[in-house]
Design a protein around this ligand. Structure first.
Ligand code: NAD
Length: 422
């Protein structure tokens, strides 16, 4: 039976996720009996988030927290502020968190949150009020052992600090572990800010090695130059690759000799986007997908690699920094064309892996060095990707289906062992 409260199209995030689950079911053996549980979020919370604006108006925003699965541990997943956030999108993002956490074998379920708002239109005080009210509204389902929040699109360490403070004030005790991605002096972890981008680099480096692609001189295109895209671009740059094209919400830029990242990063920090960057040619948004590159890194939003773009993509390797950037039809086209896709559930798992380290450090109040964090992150991701790669080779399936097979087997084994209550 399909859910009555969402009506996904095949290319919508939840529709894409359902197709991914359908594709893994034949590989689950007797556990397939439990597969329907993956097609239904455990818990969906929709909240009204009213705030008083600086000019005295009252503005209402729709907020969500979806707990897709709590079978393997507490919920874990970011909170997105975006004017086009929908319940269905948050459901898909929560489900991908369940799969991601299981693919990397972290002791978490999967959850995600969002507020339908354009944060660029809010003052700092309005943003703080919005964050505090949202955190209070979802306070009934979150907690260090229940469901742990983290940054996503348009949320950052300051937003995490307000969330942690609000939850702590409401419960009467400082609870650093309810949120990860916090500022360092509030119990944040070294290495967390760049962890997702670092994970894209680590999994990309491994994939490139396995397919014989030399990163030295490799040409990269990156969509999204925020937390994930910029950190990944910098690490590839340090490995000798050339970032030749970048697209973000403000525009698309190109330089065949390689963009100067040491100038582009501060430019984006200062102006909010790549638009206006000198020493680069402005290109059309659609032409971005045609650039002659070896590696494409989508690191913005869902469903960016459509079927039409998949036909034209020049890259040999796609590294999914974003969640759900490739639709199912596009996935098939890329596979037919021999383009290797390192799927989001492993490619961008570096963020949640260091979030896990942060959560553990908060409980023990003992903090690790950045080097320790980066070494452990590398080990976990290389090990997880290796297991997924073996599975893909053994069963002649894509890395995505293999990652889902590894993850869903873990989730459904836990489901079966726990049994149904009551
Ligand atoms: P961010 O807010 O820091 O950056 C988002 C980037 O996307 C910005 O450069 C923005 O300009 C760009 N963008 C937005 N709309 C766009 C559009 N229509 N076309 C082109 N570019 C557009 O967000 P982030 O944290 O870097 O997240 C990016 C992606 O990575 C999301 O899919 C997110 O779910 C995923 N992700 C993030 C983390 C994390 O730790 N932050 C972890 C795992 C996955």
């Amino acid at each position: 039976m399909t859910l009555s409260y969402v009506h996904p199209s095949p290319d919508s995030p939840w529709g894409t996720y359902l197709t991914q689950i359908d594709r893994v079911i034949p590989h689950l053996g007797p556990l397939a009996r439990w597969a329907e549980t993956l097609k239904r979020p455990k818990r969906v919370l929709i909240v009204d988030v009213p705030i008083e604006m600086d000019d005295g108006r009252i503005a209402h925003h729709e907020g969500y927290r979806v707990q897709h699965s709590l079978t393997r541990g507490p919920g874990k997943g970011g909170v997105r502020y975006h004017p086009e956030v929908t319940l269905e999108e948050v459901m898909a993002l929560a489900a991908w968190m369940s799969v991601k956490n299981a693919a990397v074998n972290l002791p978490f379920g999967g959850a995600k949150g969002g507020i339908r708002v354009d944060p660029q239109q809010l003052s700092r005080k309005e943003l703080e009020r919005l964050t505090r009210r949202y955190t209070s509204e979802i306070g009934i389902v979150i907690g260090p052992q229940q469901d742990i929040l983290a940054p996503d699109v348009n949320t950052n360490p300051q937003v995490m600090a307000w969330m942690m403070d609000t939850y702590s004030m409401n419960t009467g005790a400082t609870a650093t572990g309810v949120v990860t991605g916090k500022p360092i002096h509030l119990g944040g972890s070294m290495g967390r800010i760049k962890a997702t981008g670092r994970g894209v680099f680590v999994t990309g480096r491994e994939a490139a090695r396995r397919i014989g692609l030399d990163l030295q001189g490799a040409r990269l295109a990156v969509q999204g130059f925020g937390n994930v895209g910029s950190a990944a671009a910098e690490l590839f740059g340090q490995a000798g690759s050339l970032v030749i094209a970048v697209q973000d919400h403000s525009g698309s830029i190109f330089n065949g000799a390689g963009l100067d990242l040491s100038r582009l990063v501060p430019h984006v920090q200062a102006s909010g986007g790549v638009a206006g960057f000198s020493s680069a040619e402005v290109i059309d948004a659609e032409a971005f997908w045609d650039v002659d590159c070896n590696v494409m890194i989508p690191a913005a939003l869902e469903n960016q690699i459509t079927a039409a773009r998949a036909q034209r993509l020049q890259a040999r390797l796609v590294l999914e920094g974003a969640n759900g950037p490739t639709g199912s039809a596009a996935d098939d086209i890329l596979a037919e064309r021999g383009v290797l896709v390192v799927p989001d559930v492993i490619c961008n798992a570096g963020g949640v892996t260091v979030s896990y380290f942060e959560w553990v450090q908060d409980f023990s109040s003992f903090f690790w060095t950045e080097e320790e964090i980066n070494v452990k992150l590398d080990q976990i991701l290389v090990g997880a990707l290796g297991k997924i790669w073996d599975q893909a080779d053994r069963h002649h399936i894509s890395l995505r289906t293999a990652a889902f097979a590894v993850a869903c087997e873990r989730i459904l084994t836990a489901r079966q062992e726990r049994g149904l209550y009551p």
